[in-house]
Write a new protein. Structure first.
Lengths: 195, 195
DNA sequence: GTCTATAAACGGATAGAC
DNA sequence: GTCTATCCGTTTATAGAC
């Protein structure tokens, strides 16, 4: 996923650059000073909009979540499930190579974030896992994916695979590892596949 | 995986507590002061052993890697592959609930670590992926796991699943998600399974 | 080897001018 | 709204006594 254009209001630019920095370096890996330099303002201006760093984190996370949700809701539900899964992987692989999912990053920063942020992260995970559950059950019906015993558990694992694959993709500097995930799923597709 | 007992030499205690702190909070989430308090020395003593934080990171990572490798080498190769996979998952789930894999954590901290650390992380990933590749191919032979088209790619995905599942397990405060991963694999086992 | 003391830069955060 | 100036604790790191 790509960062929004940074040509909006100061507030919007702050949020956009905060998302980028968190996805690159994590919550403890950037400062108001870093962020201010990226936006082209002074740190006091950031404190004007977001008195505490946690306030900034909450807004950056909520914005990221809703933009991500728009993207997955934009995936045409009339497509075969396997094709929707491909789109999802393309979405993940399409982001900058030096950035991972903001929520995967913040899950790693679990010890450093507030309970409010933790709850928002859980919500993000659940939304994606629910969407993937539907893909898996639809795939069993339309024949594009092999039926599985427990679609919810499979979806949890699948989402974990994507998050892990994003970290590995950056570590090895290749988007291949994201597509390994879908290739694995699809290599198990029913013989009577309808693509 | 559990941290080593912290009753060794000062140097050993520093390394052990550094591993714990990194697994809890990440590389940018702890300071020499935190570490010194845990060990019961002053920060200058830590600088005596590890002048730069990167020196400490390298040693903590190498120690973690070799201890982890001992653990996976300790999994009896005469066991059916599926049983070995169970052991692997138990090893991951057996660690403290507030800690994830040190290398998953540092993969998230990718932007903050030196090239030397990045290379060591890649090596860690490859070792585990290679071990899992062997489990998958053995599983196809002994019938305890379903054969797959590309065992190497499947192993990469499987390792990513475990890393992602560790993050999710901590986020949701339940080890269940680690066992989801093996349950998914084993639910695809061949009908003629030999366990 | 471990300590005290200190340097110098950085961290989040605030007050008040414009 | 954005700035300058500043507070004050923290951070990594070093010098030198014991």
């Amino acid at each position: 996923m790509n960062a929004p254009v940074s040509t909006g209001s100061t507030r919007e630019q702050i949020v956009a650059h905060a998302q980028t920095l968190i996805r690159q370096r994590g919550y403890n890996g950037f400062s108001y000073r870093d962020l201010a330099e990226h936006v082209g303002v002074k740190t006091a201006s950031i404190h004007y909009y977001f008195p505490q760093k946690d306030d900034l984190l909450i807004e950056a996370l909520n914005d990221y979540s809703s933009r991500t949700m728009q993207l997955i809701n934009g995936i045409d539900e009339s497509l075969p499930a396997a094709a929707r899964l491909d789109r999802y992987a393309q979405m993940l692989a399409g982001g900058p190579r030096d950035q991972v999912c903001m929520c995967g990053m913040l899950a790693a920063d679990f010890a450093s974030v507030s309970d409010r942020v933790r709850a928002a992260l859980q919500a993000f995970f659940r939304v994606h896992e629910t969407w993937l559950t539907k893909v898996l059950t639809d795939g069993a019906r339309d024949g594009s994916l092999k039926p599985c015993v427990d679609p919810q558990a499979e979806a949890r694992t699948l989402f974990a695979s994507f998050q892990g694959a994003l970290l590995a993709s950056r570590l090895f500097q290749t988007p291949e590892r994201i597509f390994d995930v879908v290739a694995g799923i699809e290599s198990r597709q029913a013989a009577t596949a309808a693509r």
